[in-house]
Design a protein around this ligand. Structure first.
Ligand code: ADP
Ligand code: MG
Length: 327
């Protein structure tokens, strides 16, 4: 960044350095120093958001800041971890900073307000110049070997999903002008796309109850598929049981709606499997947290994932999920 304008250090000082607790050395040194809670393990995850790939360059910066952290929180949720610390690698184009002088401050507000909600400390990062790119690393804590994983599903497990799926994908189809949502529909779907709620507390409460879990970032079929591969199991899902929002219901059962619901991605809901004996306890958690949780199918012996309708007929899908290197 040029001399006359804000330097990298001004940006960090002005927008990202906020008072934090639970940090021994925070922003301002060559590395942050943190002390994990005794007898806890660390869960570490990174997610990168690339302009033009994960978001439109003109996305509202506050919401982009919010989402950059939310998608990382979702990974913590999927592990049943308590998120505690985060670092941020921000690559900003000079053009963006010049044409939108409040961009960085709005981005920082979206990111840091969500961080504060979960009492997570931003402990460091990197700020460079180039094509807009946002890299976030998040660190959480789990009790020793008591986390949720992808490889624990067992035949006979119920398959559960939180919230409603497909809204974010519908919003994306609208923004790409493939469909036209009404303003009211758009508001609901845009909320799902831009400010998703990671199921952080749900994830932590499922430790000890769920056999496996994953967050749905690439679409239900793709992400449940990861559980099946890791767990060496098969699954049958009933299409009508997959939770859709009121907006999505209006588009069912078109192939576009099916694609958004089952393979759209960007949902940031949890998909988990649990033995049937835990049903009532899981339903109690749904009540307590006011998070919709429904059973969509069952884990089976063997391999493969089939989606059937209520009459037991196979539902065929062309696109199974989002893959950066395949699509
Ligand atoms: P170094 O040159 O030693 O890598 P930097 O100049 O990149 O250090 O960063 C200075 C300090 O500011 C470091 O503590 C770093 O972690 C922090 N930092 C840099 N960019 C960000 C950012 N976008 N958000 C939070 N902290 C940041
Ligand atoms: Mg650096």
């Amino acid at each position: 960044m040029s001399e006359s304008k804000l330097s990298e250090f001004d940006i960090i000082e002005r927008y990202f350095k906020r008072p934090v607790t639970g940090v021994d050395i925070g922003i301002g040194d060559d590395a942050a120093v943190i002390s994990p809670t005794p007898n806890m393990q660390l869960a570490v995850s990174t997610d990168t958001l690339v302009s033009g790939k994960h978001f439109f360059a003109d996305t509202d910066p506050y919401k982009l800041g919010y989402k950059s952290l939310a998608v990382n929180l979702s990974d913590m949720a999927a592990m049943g971890a308590k998120p505690r610390w985060v670092t941020l690698s921000l690559t900003l184009s000079e053009n963006l900073v010049e044409s939108h002088p409040t961009w960085v401050s709005e981005f920082a507000n979206g990111f840091l307000e969500l961080a504060q909600t979960y009492q997570i400390a931003l402990i460091g990062g990197d700020t460079t110049c180039g094509a807009l790119n946002i890299g976030v690393q998040i660190i959480g804590e789990i009790e020793i070997m008591r986390c949720l994983r992808r490889d624990g599903a067992k035949p006979g497990d119920d398959i559960w999903v939180s919230g409603h799926l497909g809204g974010a994908a519908l919003a994306l189809k609208h923004l790409l002008q493939e469909i036209k949502l009404t303003q009211h529909e758009m508001d609901a779907c845009l909320r799902a796309l831009l400010t998703p709620t990671a199921r952080v507390e749900l994830g932590q409460r499922l430790v000890g109850l769920a056999h496996s879990a994953i967050d749905i970032s690439d679409g239900l079929l793709a992400d449940l598929g990861h559980i099946l591969t890791s767990s060496k199991c098969a699954a049958v899902v009933t299409l009508e049981a997959v939770p859709c929002s009121t907006v999505m219901k209006q588009y069912m059962p078109s192939s576009l709606a099916l694609e958004c619901l089952l393979a759209g991605g960007d949902d940031y809901e949890l998909c988990f499997t649990a033995p049937k004996k835990n049903r009532s306890e899981i339903e109690r958690i749904a009540q307590l947290l006011q998070v919709p949780l429904v059973i969509i199918g069952e884990i089976k012996h063997g391999t493969g994932l089939s989606v059937i309708d209520t009459e037991g007929k196979a539902v065929t899908m062309v696109k199974k999920g989002y893959d950066h290197f395949a699509s």
